[in-house]
Write a protein that binds this ligand. Sequence first.
Ligand code: EPZ
Length: 421
Amino acid sequence: MEKLIVHGGQPLKGRVTISGSKNSALPILAATLLTKDTCTIRRVPDLSDTNYMVRILGELGAEVERASGVVVVTANKIKSKAPYDLVRKMRASICVLGPLTGRLRKASVSLPGGCIIGDRPVDLHLRGLEALGASVQVEGGDILVSATRANFKGRTLNLMGKHGSTVLGTDNIMMAATLAKGTTIIEGAAAEPEVEDLANFLIKMGAKIEGAGTNRITIEGVKELHGAEHTVIPDRIEAGTFLVAGAMIGDGVTLKQVIPEHLRAVTTALADCGFKMEITKDSITIYPNPNARGFSLTTHPYPGFPTDMQAQFCALACVIPDSSTITETIFPQRFMHIAEMKRMGAQMTLQGATAHIRGGTPLKSAPVMASDLRASATLVLAGLIAEGQTEIHRLYHIDRGYEHLDDKFAALGAKMERTKE
Ligand code: EPZ
């Protein structure tokens, strides 16, 4: 295992190029199972999560070649059972369920475990597949889906759950519906940019989809899909993480290859705190503000403030000499970072699903433990501003979702080194 040692106090300056989106690449790689033709996906970030997905495609029988950020997949002959030992390592593997059901009318994928940010149910995914006429059983920890050609057909269904829409659930039903007979209307669909990016790839494969990026998606089933090429959109959460770093300890940090519209809720929140930004069609430059104002935010499905940026804003609140609050509505237990940051002297309290932070007190380095992906990146942010050297253990959490994070920060002037535990 590896750890990261972050030397605090080094101001960040310069340009960083944002990688392709993990949360777009994963379902798009799964979607290549929908055709026997060859698909080429570009700007796939080099992460352990995307590596797992590539391995799952291979285990399912697809031929997969990967050269740096380009993945070429030919899923000519595929099996319907996803390998348990890989699926259990990455819950996003659930997004092979829809393509396998659409292509083979049969699928067996292990039930994803919970994870550190809370229970991760898939009831909405299964409800959606049943609405399309599939029969769904859960046996021995496996989800077993089967459908006959006759009864697998499009319907109008609602995917809204008690915490709002489901991103991967929308992806799964949209992918399955591309090959179901007739019209499927998904009400209460997730509107995240990654869902829209997946739909754009499916349309290139010959799918008939309208409304992706809104809460109502219409899919006209077709007999089969063909191969296609696609470049994954930039990772808006990686971009948001660097924006927060630039606000916390930057002296002019420019993000290249971003889509500012995808970050509107984040840049609006930063502007409301008083951070100045220069925004062009594919870049954002952020400047520090020692007199920034506190914030009061609540996470919501897109286009609301993203849950995946909640932890990073808790770190930002530490440098704002004011009181801030952030309420988590998507994953109410997603506060693993609070205890770790309090070890560094952060003035934070948790009341229910609301974090209250009093900023302005300098943080001090301490050995801390990475946990969920975004909480781990937040500990790096805290280390950048803390006095002394902060040791972040269990670095694999960061490598799941951030491509070469330490190299990118080092290129901006941060001092950090990766060493063996
Ligand atoms: C996606 O997860 C992202 N992962 C998550 O990013 C992100 O936090 C999440 O969407 C919310 O935006 C990927 O895209 C790979 P959901 P997903 O289904 O689709 C509940 C990261 O850090 N729910 O939209 O699994 C669920 O418990 C990761 O990159 C049900 O109740 O999340 C949650 O409260 C973390 N039943 C809410 O809905 C279901 O069947 C939203 O979950 C499905 C979900």
